[in-house]
Design a protein around this ligand. Structure first.
Ligand SMILES: [Ca+2]
Ligand SMILES: [Ca+2]
Ligand SMILES: [Ca+2]
Length: 190
């Protein structure tokens, strides 16, 4: 029997006023306990909490400011080794108010440069292509990349996922109050 266990995390990033201090904190709230456990299971947990949705907030991001690195421990709390891990990224527009000029979610994501993207102590950045051709790896590139078949997590083992993102310093005033909510989904497969 092939069990597949997934977890999602959300990263909310909103561009703030120029010069406003970056405000970032880490919250986690358990919203489901959806993993049905039976003998010989995979059980992926973050921070030892089961079926969790974690949210990382970065509001009032100033141009040039970095959020993170956030370290998210991925623990296989089950009794079966997970052979492979997939990581997926998606985002939706999540603007503040008032928002005089509305930029698209893709435009905002393209200004969020990915500085750190580690899993199990190795950087995944080389697996991300500069799909939009702007010269750096950004959240748009993450969304349109496929990170599948990564090394898995053995039973009772933990691997850390680490991410940090910087708002590009050339971000213009029109981006004020524009933001995205990025969801990172981790799927551990037997
Ligand atoms: Ca917008
Ligand atoms: Ca890019
Ligand atoms: Ca705006």
């Amino acid at each position: 029997m092939k069990k597949i266990v997934g977890l999602s995390l959300a990263l909310i990033m909103v561009v703030g006023m120029i010069g406003v201090e970056t405000f970032a904190y880490f919250a986690d709230s358990e919203t489901s306990s959806g993993n049905q456990l039976a003998a010989g299971t995979l059980d992926l947990k973050t921070n030892n909490v089961d079926g969790v949705t974690q949210t990382l907030y970065a509001t009032n991001m100033s141009p040039g400011a970095t959020v993170g690195p956030y370290t998210i421990p991925l623990r296989n709390a089950g009794t079966t080794d997970g052979a492979t891990l997939d990581i997926g990224f998606s985002y939706v527009e999540s603007d503040g108010s008032p928002n005089t000029v509305n930029k698209t979610d893709d435009a905002v994501a393209a200004l969020m440069e990915v500085i750190t993207l580690d899993y199990g102590g190795s950087s995944l950045l080389s697996s991300i292509s500069d799909i939009n051709g702007n010269g750096y790896k950004d959240v748009y590139d993450l969304k349109n990349s496929s990170l599948t078949g990564l090394s898995g997590i053995a039973a009772s083992a933990t691997k850390n996922f680490v991410i940090s993102v910087r708002l590009r310093s050339e971000t213009g005033n029109d981006f004020q109050a524009d933001g995205i909510t990025m969801t990172m989904t981790f799927t551990l497969k037997q």
